[in-house]
Design a protein around this ligand. Structure first.
Ligand SMILES: *[C@@H]1O[C@H](CO)[C@@H](O)[C@H](O)[C@H]1NC(C)=O
Ligand SMILES: *[C@@H]1O[C@H](CO)[C@@H](O)[C@H](O)[C@H]1NC(C)=O
Ligand SMILES: *[C@@H]1O[C@H](CO)[C@@H](O)[C@H](O)[C@H]1NC(C)=O
Ligand SMILES: *[C@@H]1O[C@H](CO)[C@@H](O)[C@H](O)[C@H]1NC(C)=O
Length: 179
């Protein structure tokens, strides 16, 4: 992966240059997503899902996601929308805006913290069947990031759409204390 970085860096810089100061055009946004997909760089390294007793009624769970930054400069995540599932069947969906951007250091990792209101689209009971698999495929990830931020500030806003990632390690926690 480090060998790919100069290539990605060059492509990203050219997109940044063409994207700033007006927001990235639709084609730039899709292009960046396609580049990241094509290079097989997963931005997500781990998903932890917390299921409560309420989840059985509400079909809502929370997740904490570990993300990685394959790039040699800081990225800050402002929003993420994602669907996840198994074999092209969506089991979970959420749209989230971070109250404080998630700062991911160059070549580093960060956790998003708890993201609530993740909808189990097949219902909680049907979802129990996929827990033993221990992984999820990210079927569609759209994110608004800022590239080249400094401690989460400033940076160049970019929308990255249509990311896919297979086989993301997923842990499930049953929280019986929540009400
Ligand atoms: C997921 O849970 C494991 C085990 O408790 C922990 O080591 C890891 O840091 C957690 N990751 C996230 C993203 O919450
Ligand atoms: C996913 O699809 C593959 C190939 O069709 C099949 O072998 C596998 O059992 C499926 N997995 C699940 C969890 O349904
Ligand atoms: C996320 O947003 C999309 C597009 O607006 C919408 O179709 C979807 O239902 C939303 N998902 C959740 C869990 O709210
Ligand atoms: C999924 O990842 C695990 C390691 O996290 C690996 O053992 C397994 O072979 C992978 N499965 C597929 C279908 O890539």
């Amino acid at each position: 992966m480090p060998r790919l970085t100069p290539l990605l860096f060059g492509l990203l810089v050219s997109i940044l240059v063409s994207a700033a100061p007006p927001p990235a055009s639709l084609s730039s946004r899709d292009l960046l997503g396609e580049i990241i997909d094509a290079l097989g760089i997963g931005l997500v390294t781990q998903i932890n899902t917390t299921i409560t007793l309420d989840s059985l009624v509400t079909n809502l769970v929370s997740v904490n996601v570990e993300v990685q930054n394959p790039l040699p400069f800081e990225l800050t995540l402002d929003t993420v929308s994602s669907t996840a599932g198994i074999n092209n069947t969506v089991f979970a969906s959420f749209n989230h805006t971070f109250s404080t951007g998630i700062v991911v250091p160059p070549f580093g990792k960060a956790q998003t913290g708890v993201i609530d209101n993740v909808l189990l689209t097949q219902g909680a009971v049907a979802t129990l069947a996929i827990i033993p698999l221990g992984f999820l495929d990210l079927l569609e990830v759209d994110t608004n990031v800022r590239a080249l931020t400094i401690d989460g500030l400033l940076g160049v806003p970019l929308s990255i759409t249509g990311l896919h990632q297979k086989n993301v390690s997923t842990l499930y926690f049953l929280d019986l204390t929540a009400s």
